[in-house]
Write a protein of this length. Structure first.
Length: 503
């Protein structure tokens, strides 16, 4: 068995530790698609895994400069790997298409001309296809699909009949699961259908489901502790805390370090290298927005009024770029939702805690022109709003899942795992939205047994892995602390490899 790992940005140490665990379980060969040049020294000097090949995303990006546009090639690739054409591969890439990550949201300008974007597409697809055809992995493991390269790698591997495993959060406790299709949690959904038909039963997992649901309803808590308003600087005071003397010194030191690191960097032309003057300019703009503030734009919610809740989502992330890529303009979507509500019903809109300071006052003022809309402060706990809502309308957000747990009807605009439940309706056509809202408002609550069966399937098809802490907080130096959790993930992945049909 040969496994190809996508070692994306700061997930690389975690992915490598997973490879070590898989090797101990009999996987004989590994290759890897790597994002960020800084990860290569670690991967080439470590002693645990001899990767047969490491394909670096930045290297295949730079190859576009030597490419001559070959429309015959692009047409052939489009017929074979298009979905149904090649445009989605470019549109999903937030760096190439929007210059985001290297510039702060809401900056939005392509990194290249259209012809150069096509050359990059041509260069990357050639390199990835050659990589797959040369390495011939049996399975591909990804933790993210967030750009041209990872999206094409995912689609090409599936088209070539390789086993593809995409890791996603189950949004229950710290549970992570695998899926063969990014649009849903395939294993969870399949098992849920069998449980619904009473073909199988899992008493231990059902007991855990009952305990979780009981505890959540008694004391609702957000799934991600990282995005809790209490953990994010969602006030002017918290945002400007860097001006305190000790923090100001650290901030100045960090700014100097950014300049020094940039000029020490040998490959400053890599697409993900942030130019320090852009960093300072974008941070200054955000701090000035915060200094002026948004408090005068927020409304005080009157929960005695009937309302639907639309939580703004984090941008740029997979939730908008991949899972709901035709509904990425949240301002436009909110307008359509507000005008589709019954007379007398309000639409409550709340900023994502992690987006405080990124949206401009102009963005919020456009929202405020909608007569039946109430704009809520990001300090307001989202779960409190979910509890009182008559309807949750979301792209693919966790608020939709929380609404399900609290018995609310849900409308989504994207591909998300809880679309599998009968109380959820996905809006495929915006013209259908008014009728869909009426249908959902009249719908009977989801029956308890169905919800418990779905939760049972989640517990059965997931493993405990505190990925947020491991990846974003603890860092690579703490991975050994989580070895037992990674071992469980490796066992889970091996079990799926043994029974998965060719795709």
């Amino acid at each position: 068995m040969k496994v190809c790992l996508v070692l994306q940005r700061h997930f690389t140490p975690v992915g490598h530790a997973l490879a070590v665990a898989l090797k101990e379980r009999g996987v004989t060969e590994f290759c890897a698609f790597v994002n960020l040049r800084e990860n290569i020294p670690f991967l080439t000097t470590q002693k645990e895994i001899s990767y047969t090949s490491l394909l670096l995303d930045e290297d295949i990006y730079h190859a576009y400069k030597d490419e001559t546009l070959d429309f015959a090639y692009l047409e052939r690739i489009e017929k074979e790997y298009g979905i149904p054409n090649l445009s989605p591969y470019l549109e999903i890439d937030r760096v190439l298409r929007h210059s985001q990550l290297v510039r702060e949201y809401p900056y939005d300008c392509p990194l290249h001309t259209h012809d150069d974007l096509l050359r990059i597409l041509q260069s990357k697809t050639k390199a990835i296809l050659n990589f797959l055809e040369t390495e011939k992995p049996d399975a591909l493991f990804l933790s993210v699909v967030a750009d041209l390269s990872t999206f094409f790698l995912y689609e090409a591997a599936k088209k070539k009949g390789m086993l593809v495993f995409f890791m996603q959060s189950s949004r229950v406790e710290n549970l992570q699961t695998l899926t063969r299709d990014y649009k849903t949690l395939s294993y969870t959904t399949e098992l849920f259908q069998h449980i619904q038909k009473k073909e199988v039963a899992y008493p231990a997992e059902k007991k855990r489901a009952e305990e979780f649901l009981r505890a959540f309803r008694a004391q609702p808590r957000s799934h991600s502790h990282q995005d809790n308003p209490d953990r994010k600087p969602v006030t002017r005071m918290k945002q400007l805390a860097f001006l305190y003397p000790t923090k100001l010194i650290r901030s100045l030191f960090f700014s100097l370090k950014i300049w020094a690191d940039y000029f020490r960097e040998e490959r400053r032309d890599d697409p993900q290298i942030i130019k320090p003057w852009h960093y300072l300019l974008d941070h200054l703009k955000r701090k000035l927005r915060v200094l002026y503030g948004f408090d005068d734009l927020y409304d005080t919610p009157n929960e005695q009024n009937a309302y639907a809740f639309f939580p703004l989502q984090l941008e740029p992330e997979m939730g908008t770029s991949l899972f709901s890529r035709f509904y990425t303009d949240q301002l436009w979507l909110i307008k359509q939702t507000a005008r589709s509500l019954p007379v007398g019903m309000y639409l409550f809109v709340k900023e994502h805690p992690a987006m405080y300071g990124y949206h401009t006052r102009a963005f919020y003022k456009k929202l405020k022109t909608i007569p039946n809309l109430k704009l809520l402060s990001p300090k307001v706990p989202g779960l409190k709003i979910v509890e009182g809502a008559s309807l949750i309308v979301t792209l693919t957000g966790t608020s939709g899942w929380e609404g399900i747990l609290l018995g609310k009807p849900i409308i989504t605009f994207g591909d998300v795992f809880y679309n599998a439940l009968p109380s959820v309706k996905k809006c495929e056509n915006i013209n259908d939205l008014p009728a869909l809202i009426c249908e959902q408002l009249a719908r009977a609550p989801l029956d308890e047994e169905t919800l418990l069966n779905f939760l049972t399937a989640i517990y059965r098809e997931s493993v405990n892995l505190d990925l947020i802490t491991l990846w974003e907080v603890e860092g690579s130096g703490q991975i050994e602390k989580y070895r037992a959790q990674l071992d469980k993930l490796a066992d889970f992945l091996i079990s799926k490899m043994k029974v998965a049909p060719q795709q």
